[in-house]
Design a protein around this ligand. Sequence first.
Ligand code: ZN
Length: 453
Amino acid sequence: MATLLVKNIHTLVTMDTRRTELRDAAIFVRDHVIEQVGATVDLPATADEVLDLRGRHVVLPGLVNTHHHFYQTLTRVIPAAQDCDLFGWLKTLYPIWSRLTAEGVRVSAQMAAAELLLSGCTTSSDHLYLFPNDCTLDDEIIAVRETGLRFHATRGSMSVGESLGGLPPDRLVEREDAILRDSARLVAEHHDPRRYALTRVALAPCSPFSVSCDLMRESAVLARTLTGVRLHTHLAENRADVAYSLAKFGLTPGDYAESVGWVGDDVWHAHCVQLSDDSIAKFGRTGTGVAHCPCSNLRLASGIAPVKKMLCARVPVGLGVDGAASNDASNLLHEARAACLVARVAAEDASAMTAREALELATLGGARVLGRDDIGRLAPGMAADFIAVNLDRPSFAGAQADVVAALILCEANQVDYSFVHGRRVVDQGRLTTVDLPVLVERTNRLSRELVNG
Ligand code: ZN
């Protein structure tokens, strides 16, 4: 049994039920689970591994990212797509993405995981919904495992191409029987429903405008025959998405989701920028979750999601950086800051979301959206997933009055330490699990090959 002691923490943000913040604190971990949290003087004095933070760091639960498309790391800031809204952006990029390879999936997944880990994320989901050439979800799962990130892979899919009235080109869609067969196989091979799991698999038909109602229904039926397998998709992302839903199905996105069995506490939807008040109430009643992606919604001019209304209606809400090509960043600390700022401007009320509420969305909120009771909070019995930010950096100078709010209101951007499952994956601001310069070089090479065809 290996033990870990992190001591002399300036401020420890526990996110426990009383939202306790401790000064001069420590965390004691046995294997991958937190055993004790408290004042440094009250905890064991030593352990197999000791990290003395010398009173200069804020420590908080590792952040949780609930929506992403790792593969898009290869296609950021493509000039022709830089200034497009959602449908134009997708139609510009689909032909480039049709050249994606298994090597591209592996390298982009590690690059996205690296960026997330460096920005405080310790658990992420990813939505991979196109499998051209030799691409598989297995490639992504195995590649992410090497980075140390706790990972919720989702088996995405597209089955309705242009010839059937969908948005994607026909060559990028799959047969629905093959999608369902592969979904069951991936769950059997990779999904771990147990507490402290490092890998889970969810089922994730891409969006109303790229899959059929049948595939939505059958994916839900399949997921619910399996243990702890959740459902994820895009919903009500912008006004054009709502118009498509009304024209094609005669239903608002929220009613469409309900009609195919996609409400419930095992479902989370990305974006929901244009979710109606009725649907917000429905999501609240059923515990249907939302991945709030403020930067992508701003970047594509989709709008500002009504997060305050959702929280008032008890909708579970987590944060997502969304695809690396629609953000174009994968920085979860930055996303939490954006969530705080857009909530304020949407309500024209500077108290609409506090810095601590933004941190809560990024930790507890994300854990709930992903259906986890073992992350998002620092307390005995929780997974040892936590991050530390050094207060001596220039962006915190003069910000000693409230070092917790400073994480959001001053731009933190990167963490100094990150532990996932008790393993130190970021040490003094550097990743311990991957060779970052080599990874960046490989990403750039593959990006050039993909974009230039
Ligand atoms: Zn997305």
